[in-house]
Design a protein around this ligand. Structure first.
Ligand SMILES: O=C(O)COP(=O)(O)O
Ligand SMILES: [Mg+2]
Length: 228
């Protein structure tokens, strides 16, 4: 029997936006029509993700800060992972040698995010083995200093529990490195056309179209194949 997936978990930047982060109206319109719940999973802070979810019209189960912050309902208290201290220490360690500009630091609770204006490879080298639980990732939209213990995959695991679903009940859609674990954890993985090659390699479906139009194409495919 054909597997019917019960929910969708979807990235924001690069997946329901254009290259310049403007919302893809096509993707928003498509997501709004779905009968299955749509969970937003993003590297952005919770208030940004909540506003995006509300405006797109999917609301309101959200995985923010790459899994560090999770909320199941617009007005509920978020679950916040206790991982910021080591990220702060890694940032302090690096900041004397690099010209780093923090983004959204007032609202960010579990990771440090930086503008993409410094040599990330070099920073990883300098970090070396000093912080074994910390990684630096580049989503093409920002640089994240984050705990290795947290990602959108661990976030999806918690969210699935909150929704009384299995992670394999989800279709996951994304575009970059911070979506990797989520796509691996989900029952069906979609990479949009602009996605990194390593994401396309592990995806069950790779859209020809890029950005928001890639999401529309993938959802059309899921619907016409009876997968959702
Ligand atoms: O926060 C980022 O760097 C990218 O955000 P995204 O996870 O919504 O693509
Ligand atoms: Mg993205």
């Amino acid at each position: 029997m054909l597997m019917k997936f019960k929910a969708i978990v979807i990235d924001i930047d690069g997946t329901i936006t254009h290259r310049d982060r403007k919302l893809s109206l096509n993707a928003a319109a498509k997501l709004r029509t779905l009968d299955v719940p749509v969970v937003i999973a993003t590297g952005n802070v919770l208030c940004y993700a909540k506003a995006a979810a509300k405006l797109v019209g999917v609301c309101c189960n959200i995985i923010a800060e790459n899994g560090g912050v999770i909320v199941d309902g617009f007005d509920n208290e978020p679950i916040v992972s206790d991982v910021i201290h080591e990220c702060e220490e890694a940032y302090e360690f690096l900041s004397s040698g690099f010209d780093m500009e923090k983004l959204d630091s007032v609202h960010r609770r579990t990771e440090i995010v930086l503008r993409s204006n410094f040599d990330v490879e070099k920073a990883r080298e300098v970090l070396g083995t000093h912080f074994p639980n910390i990684e630096i990732i580049d989503t093409h939209f920002a640089i994240h200093i984050k705990s290795k213990k947290i990602n959108k995959g661990t976030g999806l695991f918690k969210m699935a529990e909150l929704m009384a679903l299995e992670t394999t009940d989800f279709v996951a859609i994304g575009d970059s490195i911070n979506d990797l674990e989520m796509l691996q954890e989900a029952g069906f993985a979609v990479a949009v056309g602009n996605a990194d090659d390593f994401l396309k390699d592990i995806a069950d479906y790779v859209s020809e179209a890029s950005y928001g139009d890639g999401t529309v194409e993938a959802i059309d495919y899921l619907q016409s194949s009876g997968l959702i």
